[in-house]
Design a protein around this ligand. Structure first.
Ligand code: SAM
Length: 299
């Protein structure tokens, strides 16, 4: 088959492969920028359901950007959130997984929306978000709005956690925490550290788009089991991403009662159907549409 007769799918794959090599070259020659990352990797990709509104507040000299997040259905709610510039260099490529410092993924957006619509469930409860990336958006929204007892924001990436520390110190956010004790820390599943001080601590664990790490699934399930209270519940949002969602579901069934829902919110379902039917080529439910998996401990 000559180049002209290749299928559009093959051409698309070839274009993407070339794009990846171009990015790698820029990283290795030190000429990569956040634009490399956002405009060349994801500009023609679906990135948000538009459930939350963001307004640019300021840009720091190093390139970190502050946004005001609001939720159209919840007047008066807002949070100040700092995004990292999503830089690409050899250390970010070779270091700990960097996917949480590049953007807020649709699963995190949808989980934030879900939490804001179920605030009463979290009142006076202890909550921990795992793998929340640079923003832990859902955990932060609960810290501000739910009158929870405590909220821990976490990720396994040090740079994400440093950003979470800055977000938590921001005056406008602090002023809204009220009696809720809010903290951030490095929590890694699969590391030697057992997080003994957290065992049996939480009524709720939140986690968005973290089920696709093949080497981490069993450790993530174990960590969730360990840190939940006996009747605690984990709320996980993630897309299918091939067979990875199902693989985690099968693992989790050994220790938890597992429920999976597709239509957990009429608003998100309607947006999903609209995007799917638009045939724009930008929306791929396999990697974009978050399913809700709820885990309850068997004991
Ligand atoms: C796709 S990102 C999702 C980030 C955020 N939840 C979101 O949806 O925007 C996956 C996150 O998992 C974190 N992660 C990956 N492996 C981890 C591990 N072993 N322990 C803790 N966090 C991990 C990464 O640092 C990253 O922030």
């Amino acid at each position: 088959m000559n180049a002209c007769s290749q299928s559009p799918l093959k051409n698309d794959r070839k274009a993407k492969a070339l794009q990846r090599w171009k990015i790698l070259k820029q990283v290795l020659t030190g000429s990569a920028s956040s634009e490399t990352c956002t405009s060349e990797v994801s500009v023609r990709r679906f990135s948000s359901y538009g459930l939350l509104k963001t307004q640019h507040s300021s840009t720091e000299p190093e390139g970190n950007v502050w946004y005001q997040y609001t939720a159209p259905g919840r007047p008066g709610f807002n949070m100040s959130v700092r995004h990292l510039p999503g830089k690409l260099d050899a250390s970010t490529l070779l270091g700990f997984n960097n996917t949480g410092n590049v953007c807020v993924w649709p699963s995190e957006e949808v989980m934030t929306n879900y939490c804001l619509q179920h605030l009463e469930d979290f009142r006076d409860c202890s909550v921990c978000e795992l793998g929340g990336g640079m923003t832990c958006l859902a955990g932060l929204a609960l810290a501000i709005e739910a009158q929870a007892e405590s909220v821990v924001l976490s990720d396994g990436n040090q740079e994400s956690v440093e950003n979470l520390n800055v977000i938590l110190k921001e005056k406008e956010n602090c002023a809204k925490f009220g009696k809720t004790q809010v903290s951030s820390r490095l929590i890694c599943w699969g590391s030697d550290s057992k997080h003994e001080d957290l065992v049996g601590s939480f009524d709720f664990v939140l986690c968005a788009d973290c089920l696709f790490f093949d080497e981490g699934r069993a450790d993530l399930a174990d960590l969730i089991f360990d840190i939940l209270k006996p009747k605690g519940r984990a709320i996980l949002f993630a897309p299918h991403r091939g067979s990875t969602f199902q693989a985690f579901r099968e693992l989790a069934q050994k220790q938890f009662q597992v429920e999976v829902e597709e239509n957990y919110s009429q608003e998100v379902w309607d947006l999903h159907c609209k995007l799917k039917n638009s045939n724009s080529g930008l929306y791929d439910e396999n990697i974009h549409f978050p399913l809700l998996m709820t885990l309850t401990k068997n004991s």
